[in-house]
Write a protein that binds this ligand. Structure first.
Ligand code: ADP
Ligand code: ASP
Ligand code: MG
Length: 461
């Protein structure tokens, strides 16, 4: 059993869908195929919903375009004669979408649960089309077995229940290949439609792969593999043929968009390898991601890649408390993580009166409030003097299992960047043996990535 996931671009046009069909019909083992919505559709569904909520009647034209795009794809990819039965399944979903938009326009509001219903229609429609396009395939409805639960204001996968439901869904009677929609889910308590977050189809595929003990999870996308850096920023980035789970997890956490970060956990725990493959060049080997012990003896650059995350805020806490109180770090971290805010990196100054950490800027205001509550007594007593926030920053990460062999890596990075006049505002303390993360100004990201990439990867092909 293998699990394949095709992203938006792979299922974006009739020509691209022809590649998907060829790849899946050429398989010689049972497969579950997870698909995203047609490329760009999720963005369009959201933009149109906002238009409708603001009373902009243009939403009707966008609705027409969405409808036409699905009709055209059906007529292009489904065999003559069979298209009508596909449309009989797609049209009621398009009608639902129109009703939802009309409702949103009427009330002039876009509640979160309505938006979830709206975006779910992308994957619900694409999965039906792909299932009908592939010879002998069956369609299963992921709303029935991918479950989420609330975690603060977010929906996260209810993994135990989801695993049980997937195992119950796929039995010896299942007709493979099976096609399912990625990303979409339902709440385990209310049954309301939810999702796994933007980019979440990868995660759907990983949950299915782990539950069914798949041999491999194949992520089919629009690049030749996991690259040394983001190719949209560094055109000379090249494929890393082998990568460890931990390396890929760190690179994705720090912005490598090629895999949605939570995806790696379920397969890592089951030691199921991931392959990153290109739908448009299926013959290319891509990247093989597995446990690092599988790569013993294989020659590879110590560094696997460099990634970057814009929209970082750096918090600096100053005052006597930092030096005096052992648990000030854990209090700050707990206050934030309890509310679902994760810390990208942290560091303490050698003089021990300054403690800094970086978070996603979208959480910045909430974090200030939480820290002021947590440290209220110390702020009154002036044991903690200021909580300073700097915005418009970026976090970069240099990642590689071989970093443990380069003890001076942090200084090397600082020196390289300083030579280019790029200031490192904070550098992670040794939190990980395989990743060095640091904060710079957002407008230096391009130059910093380019400089480091040249330094670490020239002569590495
Ligand atoms: P899909 O629609 O298939 O899920 P995504 O757009 O989510 O595709 O992810 C693939 C994209 O990720 C690539 O087109 C590439 O621009 C971007 N990307 C960013 N960093 C990397 C990286 N290190 N390696 C490969 N791709 C990357
Ligand atoms: N269609 C969803 C998105 O665009 C999920 C995915 O593509 O993985 O975010
Ligand atoms: Mg993606």
């Amino acid at each position: 059993m293998i699990v394949l996931k095709f992203g938006g671009t792979s299922v974006g046009t009739a020509a691209n869908l022809a590649n998907v069909k060829r790849i899946v019909e050429g398989l010689d083992s049972p497969a579950v195929v997870v698909v995203s919505a047609l490329g760009g559709l999720t963005d369009m569904l959201i933009a149109t919903a906002k238009m409708a909520a603001s009373g902009n009647q243009e939403y009707l034209k966008e609705m027409e375009a969405i409808s036409l795009r699905h009709h055209n794809i059906v007529s292009d990819v489904i065999k003559p004669g069979a298209g009508l039965s596909t449309l009989a399944k797609i049209d009621p979903l398009l009608q639902d979408l129109k009703r939802l938009y009309d409702g949103v326009c009427l009330i002039g509001d876009l509640p979160e649960r309505t938006l979830c219903q709206i975006v779910s229609l992308g994957e619900r429609m694409s999965s039906i089309i792909v299932a009908d396009m592939i010879e002998g395939a069956s369609h299963h409805d992921s709303l029935q077995f991918i479950k989420t639960e609330k975690w603060y204001d977010r929906n996260i996968a209810a993994t135990e229940l989801t695993t049980e439901l997937i195992q119950a869904e796929f039995t010896s009677d299942t007709k493979y290949p099976v096609v399912v929609g990625g990303f979409i889910a339902t709440d385990k308590n209310t049954g309301e439609i939810t999702n796994l977050g933007r980019g979440g189809s990868d995660y759907t595929a990983a949950l299915i792969a782990a539950a069914l003990d798949a041999e491999v999870l194949q992520i089919w996308t629009d690049v030749d593999g996991f690259l040394t850096s983001d190719p949209r920023i560094i055109p000379e980035a090249h494929v890393v043929p082998r990568m460890s789970f931990v390396e890929s997890m760190d690179l994705c956490t720090y912005g490598a968009k090629v895999i949605y970060p939570p995806t790696i956990y379920p397969v890592f725990h089951k030691n199921i390898p991931i392959r990153i493959l290109n739908t448009f060049h299926p013959e290319v080997e891509g990247t093989y991601i597995a446990d690092s012990c599988e790569f013993k003896g294989i020659q590879r650059n110590d560094i696997a890649g460099i990634s970057s995350l814009k929209g970082t805020s750096l918090f600096s806490l100053r005052g006597r408390l930092i030096a005096n109180e052992q648990n000030v770090h854990s209090r700050a971290v707990n206050a934030l993580s309890c509310q679902g805010i994760s810390i990208l990196l942290m560091t303490q100054s050698p003089e021990e009166t300054l403690f800094s950490f970086a978070i996603d800027s979208r959480n910045s205001e909430r974090a200030v409030r939480l820290l002021k509550e947590e440290f209220a007594p110390e702020l009154v007593e002036r044991d903690l003097e200021v909580i300073e926030v700097t915005d418009r920053l970026a976090t970069l990460a240099v990642v590689g299992d071989g970093i443990r062999n380069i003890p001076e890596i942090s200084n090397i990075i600082i020196d390289i960047l300083e030579l280019q006049g790029i200031k490192v505002l904070a550098m992670s303390d040794k939190a990980s043996e395989t990743t060095v993360s640091f904060v710079i100004y957002e407008d230096s990201v391009h130059e910093a990535l380019s400089t480091l990439h040249t330094q670490f990867f020239t002569n590495d092909k």
